[in-house]
Design a protein around this ligand. Structure first.
Ligand code: FA5
Length: 348
């Protein structure tokens, strides 16, 4: 058989094989077995050296035609196979966007955060700044600077967790009083601040006590601030938290950092003052401690107590939330039980 016929036969064979191929990989094997260095077409062409010289261009032309035809055929077939593979994959991976999605369960702002944000809103509206404090505090700011020196008997009411003998988890938000007083520039105006945050005590956990709870400190210092300002401010707070009809009552009390000091009661929001189980028959519910800032606290922070005066208060939002929503155990706020927490969805 002449070389030209051999080429025609090899091409016919290659066409049949390519036609049967089902994958790109198979096609590549066919390409190599015909067109590769050791391929069939290449080996047929090795016989050219035995052909008469005038015949060689004719065979060369034929060889090129066969090579071109086979190359084109293989590349078309490859394109088709790739397209089919892509279509199969797309079909397999089709996403039905009309299928219902998985329900994502949404949380809500924690009830204590809601209460604290309500209180913050009220005071921001009255021109107070919100100051953040440190939960890890020094003995100096937590006790000394609020007029509670070493060995003062009132320290017994606020034992805490000590990191070193001088560094502790703060027992109240009152250290922020000294921290803001010493940095406030009174030539620029009065000091009006609240400071919300976590505090810690070595209290035994029960229905109304937790070893970690929240407080919001408040303080106003300027010239001519009186107890009437304190009373008016706390009245607004009581009405905002418990309703417009509420009244407040101040009872004498003792805090080392205020003089005089008061406990503040709000008229019972359940019975209106006639006496019920919420107010234990008294008609009043205690909500916070307050008083006129002790001159020692001002002087220790470098503030002239003959020129400036003011008030401070400290309330427990956890207890306020208990009262407001009739929660009978403070520990419910910390258990992270969604059945409990989702009852307090913020409206609007
Ligand atoms: C104080 O901590 C004062 N620093 C408050 C203060 C500030 C008075 C400024 C005057 C001027 P007291 O120990 O009473 O005071 O705590 C304040 C509030 O924190 C309490 O009324 C109560 O609501 C809350 N509280 C106290 N101990 C606990 C506790 N273990 N668990 C939950 N709430 C508590």
């Amino acid at each position: 058989m002449g070389i030209e016929e051999q080429l025609t036969t090899v091409l016919a064979k290659a066409v049949i094989e390519a036609d049967k191929a089902e994958s790109v990989k198979e096609l590549e094997t066919i390409r190599v077995s015909y067109l590769g260095k050791k391929g069939e077409i290449t080996s047929v062409l090795k016989g050219v050296k035995d052909v008469a010289p005038e015949q060689r261009p004719v065979i060369g032309k034929k060889a090129n035609e066969v090579r071109d035809e086979l190359t084109t055929l293989l590349s078309h077939k490859k394109e088709r196979l790739e397209k089919e593979a892509l279509e199969r994959q797309l079909e397999k991976e089709t996403i039905d966007v009309t299928l219902p999605g998985k329900q994502v369960s949404k949380g809500q702002t924690h009830v204590l955060t809601q209460i604290m944000e309500e209180i913050e809103d009220l005071f921001l509206g009255m021109g107070y700044q919100i100051i953040e404090g440190n939960e890890v505090e020094s003995d100096h700011y937590n006790f000394e600077r609020v007029n509670l020196p070493q060995n003062h008997p009132a320290r017994d009411m606020q034992d805490t967790f000590y990191i070193t003998p001088d560094v502790l988890l703060r027992t109240h938000t009152s250290p922020i009083q000294a921290r803001t007083l010493e940095s406030h520039d009174f030539s620029k105006g009065p000091l009006k601040m609240i400071s919300p945050g976590k505090v810690y005590r070595r209290d035994t956990d029960d229905a109304t006590h937790s070893h970690q709870f929240h407080q919001i400190e408040g303080m106003v210092i300027a010239e001519n601030i009186t107890m009437a300002d304190l009373k008016g401010t706390l009245e607004l707070l009581a009405k905002k938290m418990f309703g417009e009809d509420r009244e407040i009552r101040l009872r004498p009390s003792y805090f080392p950092f205020t003089e005089p000091s008061v406990e503040v009661d709000v008229s019972c929001f359940k019975c209106g003052g006639t006496g019920c189980n919420v107010c234990k028959g008294t008609g009043w519910i205690e909500i916070l401690g307050a008083g006129m800032t002790h001159p020692n606290v001002l002087e220790m922070s470098g503030v002239d107590s003959t020129k400036y005066s003011g008030f401070a208060f400290g309330l427990g939002p956890d207890r306020i939330a208990m009262l407001k929503y009739g929660v009978d155990d403070i520990r419910n706020f910390y258990l992270n039980d969604q059945r409990f927490l989702k009852q307090f969805k913020r409206k609007g």
